[in-house]
Design a protein around this ligand. Structure first.
Ligand code: XMP
Length: 310
């Protein structure tokens, strides 16, 4: 595909569709929403407003970090604190699809609807890619950003029109578009991170305490595997506990799973053959997190597993 042509075509289409109206998008800092942010700004300038929604489900320091990267690129990003709303919506939920639905609903019905009202925007831009659509349609799981394909009309349901400039591309294609747009390497090379964020990496209920545990493990995994060249790496908090020993006494502790995969487009994946000292170091650091006394490495390819755990 000619990605320069793709960019020109998308910018022309956005201009035509949006006309003189205002549009907004939510930036997560992943390559998909980063590309949409730059496309929107190129096409609409000051009539395109970008927000980072702090859902309480983000990685350590992420909101401030992403706002700063875009500020350095001359793009202002508004920070929206929706932490309490997301935590309240997730309270008591353990079913994976119910958790995904709660995140989706909070984004669309509450946060985006409010932003649309406040800004007078008629359009909401999304970083949906082809893989998201295919997996939702195939019934594998509900991707948080899929609406039309599930029979939801956002105009009718929420009062705004959704524009998805990347819906014909897969992850590798999005990275090519990012290069054409001149996004900094830190963004184009960022490993994928799902919209429902750390909620996809907690089995069982999502609470502030459990988020703290998986967030601490994520810092370690991302630090240790940054130079692995792998497609994606992550930490997951299981719902089971295991007996262990801490300070000479018995501890019934948390279990963290580390996942590191090789993939081109996330449709299929295999576990990375990490070397033993690296695995040992990760295990050692993760089991120092308070309350965590076991660390496992996941060898399962996709399929039969998926990348995330919910
Ligand atoms: P799965 O778990 O479906 O993940 O094998 C495939 C790729 O997609 C990411 N992922 C998501 N991305 N919204 C997103 O924007 C989602 O709801 C979502 N679920 C999974 C995942 O991190 C992996 O790269």
């Amino acid at each position: 595909m000619d990605y320069e042509k793709f960019v020109d075509l998308q910018i022309a289409e956005i201009k035509e569709t949006v006309g003189d109206a205002t549009a907004i998008n939510a930036l997560s800092g992943g390559v998909d929403s980063s590309v949409v942010t730059v496309l929107g700004h190129r096409a609409l300038g000051g009539r395109f407003k970008t927000y980072f929604v702090d859902s309480a489900l983000m990685r350590a320091g992420e909101p401030e970090h992403i706002v700063k990267i875009f500020a350095d690129m001359g793009i202002e990003v508004g920070l929206v604190d929706a932490r309490a709303e997301f935590l309240a919506a997730l309270e008591g939920l353990t079913d994976p699809e119910e958790k995904r639905e709660a995140v989706t609903k909070t984004f669309y019905e509450k946060v985006f609807s409010r932003l649309v009202k406040e800004t007078g925007a008629k359009f909401l831009f999304h970083g949906t890619i082809l893989t998201d659509i295919e997996e939702t349609v195939a019934g594998i799981k509900r991707q948080h950003n899929i609406l039309a394909q599930l029979g939801i009309d956002p105009q009718q349901a929420y009062g705004y029109t959704v524009i998805e400039p990347l819906k014909t591309l897969r992850k590798d294609g999005v990275r090519e578009v990012a290069k054409v747009l001149g996004l900094p390497a830190e963004l184009t090379r960022r490993i994928p991170f799902p919209g429902p964020a750390l909620a996809t990496r907690i089995i069982g209920e999502v609470t502030e305490k459990r988020l703290q545990t998986v967030r601490a493990a994520t810092v370690i995994v991302e630090d240790e595997l940054a130079d692995s060249g792998a497609f994606q790496y992550l930490a997951v908090l299981l719902n089971d506990k295991a007996t262990g020993i801490r300070d000479g006494g018995r501890e019934f502790g948390e279990i963290i799973v580390v996942r590191c995969i090789e993939s081109v487009d996330a449709r299929t994946a295999t576990a990375t053959e990490l070397d033993w000292p690296k695995l040992n170091r990760i295990c050692e650091r993760i089991t120092k997190i308070p309350g965590v006394n076991r660390c496992l490495y996941d060898l399962t390819p996709k399929p039969p597993a998926t990348v995330e755990y919910i």
